[in-house]
Write a protein that binds this ligand. Structure first.
Ligand SMILES: *[C@@H]1O[C@H](CO)[C@@H](O)[C@H](O)[C@H]1NC(C)=O
Ligand SMILES: *[C@@H]1O[C@H](CO)[C@@H](O)[C@H](O)[C@H]1NC(C)=O
Ligand SMILES: *[C@@H]1O[C@H](CO)[C@@H](O)[C@H](O)[C@H]1NC(C)=O
Ligand SMILES: *[C@@H]1O[C@H](CO)[C@@H](O)[C@H](O)[C@H]1NC(C)=O
Ligand SMILES: *[C@@H]1O[C@H](CO)[C@@H](O)[C@H](O)[C@H]1NC(C)=O
Length: 247
């Protein structure tokens, strides 16, 4: 039975692959040229590309939706099967003191469960997650928390901490049991927002300041092409994990 099930998944993934490649013509979108599978245009025939990888080319830049957010696609690398995106709301606001939107959680699930049992839009394994928190007490002597003076007041202290996402690559159920993205939230702190940073070969400085974080935020993060998938769902577990941690 198991062998049959795996065989069925492999065939389904391969079939999706072939259909996508056959029916899509390479296209241009914004400054990107010769775009092909898994990306497709909104108007493209059904089964062209992978549904989650739909590009909007109506403005001068290519954009893609990931969960609740809109992102500019800045580059695509078909050799590494990854592409880079930048949060559109951050880029458009061009604030000198940017705070990501709190309702934009692209990677709470690590990826989006696509058709054919694949995982779509999975965060690159080497990306980091920057978590913004708002604390009622100053966090002295904790180098993990980078203070954000421009968002803090005399009675509220805003910090960002950056760590390996542990969410990229193949979703591994074990990794998620510990709520990796918020495990260190102090009781005097509330969750504000979260944003992925970087990708392959990004070196994040050990003693980074908020200026470094801003630089990485503007540079965006790397996302993977569809990964042939596992059929189980971890979404329920993540929801439980968040419920316990965000008040
Ligand atoms: C477009 O991409 C395909 C494969 O990705 C490549 O074979 C072809 O040479 C490219 N064409 C141009 C004009 O860059
Ligand atoms: C894709 O990534 C590989 C490996 O990092 C790199 O050698 C290559 O130059 C990249 N290609 C493009 C078009 O950026
Ligand atoms: C963004 O702001 C910087 C200064 O903070 C300015 O130099 C730059 O021109 C602005 N870019 C856009 C697109 O508005
Ligand atoms: C942080 O929390 C305080 C108290 O609730 C609030 O006044 C302040 O606006 C919050 N700061 C941010 C950046 O959300
Ligand atoms: C900071 O932490 C170190 C070790 O954890 C400790 O030795 C030092 O006394 C602390 N400093 C302050 C100001 O709390």
């Amino acid at each position: 039975m198991q062998v049959l099930a795996i065989y069925a998944i492999v065939v389904a993934v391969l079939a999706g692959d072939v259909q996508g490649k056959q029916q899509c013509h390479p296209f241009s979108c914004g400054h990107l040229q010769n775009i092909s599978y898994p990306f497709h245009w909104r108007g493209d025939p059904y089964n062209c590309g992978v549904p989650s990888y739909e590009l909007d080319c109506s403005s001068s830049e290519a954009t893609i939706r990931i969960n609740t957010g809109t992102y500019y696609v800045t580059s695509i690398n078909y050799t590494t099967s990854t592409f880079w995106v930048v949060d559109a709301s951050l880029k458009d606001a061009n604030s000198s003191c940017p705070l990501p939107r709190s309702d934009q959680l692209p990677y709470v699930q690590g990826g989006i469960q696509g058709s054919h049992g694949s995982w779509d839009l999975v965060l690159d394994q080497q990306a980091r997650l920057a978590s913004f928190v708002n604390c009622s007490q100053a966090m002295r002597n904790n180098s993990m928390y980078i203070p954000i003076d421009c968002l803090s007041t005399s009675s509220s202290f805003v910090y960002v901490f950056v760590k390996m996402s542990q969410m990229g690559g193949y979703p591994v159920i074990e990794k998620l049991k510990s709520c990796p993205f918020i495990e260190n939230l102090k009781t005097s702190c509330g969750y504000l927002a979260m944003i992925p940073l970087g990708g392959p070969y990004t070196r994040f400085p050990d003693n980074a300041g908020f200026a470094d974080v801003i630089r990485f935020m503007r540079n965006g993060f790397a996302v993977q092409f569809p990964l042939p998938g596992h059929t189980w769902s971890r979404i329920g577990m993540i929801k439980d994990c968040l419920k316990g941690s965000i008040r």
